[in-house]
Design a protein around this ligand. Structure first.
Ligand SMILES: *Cc1c(COP(=O)(O)O)cnc(C)c1O
Length: 364
C-alpha cells in the first residue's frame, strides 16, 4: 500500500534520541534550545519557542496576542479542528469566513465584513502547504490593528514573495505531529519577532512561571521533551530535501493527471511556493467519493480526505450560531476533496501506480 503519510526516520534521528537517553536528562533541555535556535534561523525570525503540539502552539500564540474572554478571532471553517479549539479555550469566539475555491484558504475579500470592535486577531491557515494571500492579509490587519496568527502547521518551508512561513504573521504556529512534513511524533513551535510575546509564551508553556516558583498568570505544561527535540533537530536539517521530494512528486502527478476530465488538480496562486503537505484534487460531483477511494485502495493507493466536513457543522462550533449553508464554498469542497500520496518515500514508480489507478477509477 502506498500510504498517504509515512514519516522518514533514519540513523540520524535514532542516534540523536540515544544521546538524549544516555545523557539521562529527558525533559526540556539543550536539544530543545538547539531546535529553537535553528528553527528561528530557518524561518528568518527572532524567536522560536518549542511546545508539545501544534495545538499548544496556537494556544500560546493567541494568549501572547492578548486574546481573552469575549474577544473575536477570525478564521476559516476549512481546517483541522485544532485551528479553532484554542480560540474557545481562551473564552473567545471564532468568527468564520468562507474560503477561496482555488486555494482552499480563507477568502481575504470576505474578511473585512466580519470585523467588529471585538475582533482581536485573524488566524489564516496555509492549508495543504500553500501560503494564504499575505499581502492582502497584512493590509487588513494593519488597517484594523489586528494580530495575525499564522497556522503554518502544514506549511514549514513554504514561501510568499520569498518570505518563509513563520515570518509572515505576527506569530507563526507549526506542528511536528507524526504525519507533518517534518515531525517528532508530537510537537509544535511558535515563531515571533516580538521579545515581549516570546517572554509571554515561555511563561505560558510552563505553568505561567516568570521566575523560580513565581506565577504571574494561569499557564499550562506545554514543554517539549529533549527526546522529541532531538528528533526535530535532525528533521529540520532535512526539510529542504523532503520538500523537494514532495514538489517533485506533485509535479509528476500534475503532468500525468493533466487533461483528465472530472478531476481538478491543485492550483498555486501567484508569488508562492507550495510545500504539498497534501496534494489535493477535487472530484466532479458525478463521482461518488467513497467508491473512488475504495477503487484506489484496491490498487494499493492510500488516498485521504482532509477534511470530510467543514468545522462549523461540529456541535461545539454550530452551537455558536452556525448552520449548514453558511459557508457554501467550504461545504462544497469538503464533499469533493481527495488527497493523494506525495510524501518523500513515494517513488516515480509509485506515481505511475497512482496515476493508472486514478484513470481507471475515473472511467469506471
Ligand atoms: C496538525 C495541525 C494542527 C495541530 O497540530 P497538532 O500538533 O496535531 O496539535 C493545527 N492546524 C493544522 C492546520 C494542522 O494541520
Amino acid at each position: 500500500m502506498i500510504n498517504i503519510a509515512s514519516p522518514v526516520i533514519e540513523e540520524e534521528e535514532r542516534r540523536a534520541v540515544n544521546e538524549v537517553i544516555e545523557s539521562g536528562m529527558l525533559a526540556q533541555g539543550p536539544k530543545v534550545a538547539e531546535l529553537e535556535e535553528s528553527w528561528a534561523k530557518y524561518c528568518g525570525v527572532k524567536h522560536a519557542l518549542a511546545v508539545n503540539s501544534g495545538t499548544a502552539a496556537i494556544h500560546c500564540a493567541l494568549y501572547a496576542a492578548g486574546v481573552g474572554e469575549g474577544d473575536e478571532v477570525i478564521t476559516t471553517p476549512y481546517s483541522f479542528i485544532a485551528t479553532i479549539n484554542p480560540i474557545l479555550m481562551l473564552g473567545a469566539r471564532p468568527v468564520l469566513v468562507d474560503i477561496d475555491e482555488e486555494t482552499f484558504n480563507i477568502d481575504v475579500s470576505k474578511i473585512e465584513a466580519a470585523i467588529t470592535d471585538k475582533t482581536k486577531a485573524i488566524i489564516p491557515v496555509d492549508l495543504y502547504g500553500q501560503p494564504c494571500d499575505w499581502k492582502e492579509l497584512r493590509e487588513i490587519a494593519d488597517k484594523h490593528e489586528l494580530k495575525i496568527i499564522e497556522d503554518a502547521c502544514q506549511a514549514i518551508g513554504a514561501e510568499y514573495d520569498g518570505v518563509k512561513t513563520g515570518a509572515l504573521g505576527d506569530f507563526g504556529c507549526f506542528s511536528l505531529y507524526a504525519t507533518k512534513n517534518i515531525m517528532c511524533g508530537e510537537g509544535g513551535v511558535v515563531t515571533t519577532n516580538s521579545d515581549d510575546a516570546a517572554a509571554a509564551i515561555r511563561s505560558f508553556r510552563q505553568h505561567g512561571m516568570t521566575s523560580s516558583y513565581e506565577y504571574a498568570d494561569l499557564g499550562y505544561n506545554y514543554r517539549m521533551s529533549d527526546l522529541h527535540g532531538a528528533i526535530a533537530v535532525e528533521q529540520l536539517k532535512k526539510v529542504e530535501d523532503f520538500t523537494n521530494r514532495r514538489q517533485h512528486n506533485a509535479n509528476m502527478l500534475n503532468e500525468a493527471l493533466a487533461g483528465i476530465e472530472k478531476i481538478v488538480l491543485p492550483k498555486i496562486a501567484s508569488n508562492r511556493n507550495h510545500v504539498y503537505h497534501q496534494y489535493t484534487i477535487l472530484l466532479d460531483k458525478s463521482i461518488r467519493r467513497d467508491d473512488f477511494i475504495a477503487k484506489l485502495r484496491e490498487k494499493g493507493v492510500g488516498a485521504g480526505v482532509y477534511y470530510p466536513k467543514p468545522l462549523h457543522v461540529y456541535p461545539h462550533i454550530s452551537k455558536l450560531g452556525y448552520k449548514v449553508g453558511d459557508f457554501p464554498v467550504a461545504e462544497d469542497l469538503a464533499a469533493r476533496v481527495v488527497s493523494l500520496p506525495v510524501h518523500p518515500k513515494v517513488t516515480d514508480a509509485d506515481i505511475e501506480v497512482i496515476t493508472s489507478a486514478i484513470k481507471e477509477a475515473v472511467n469506471d
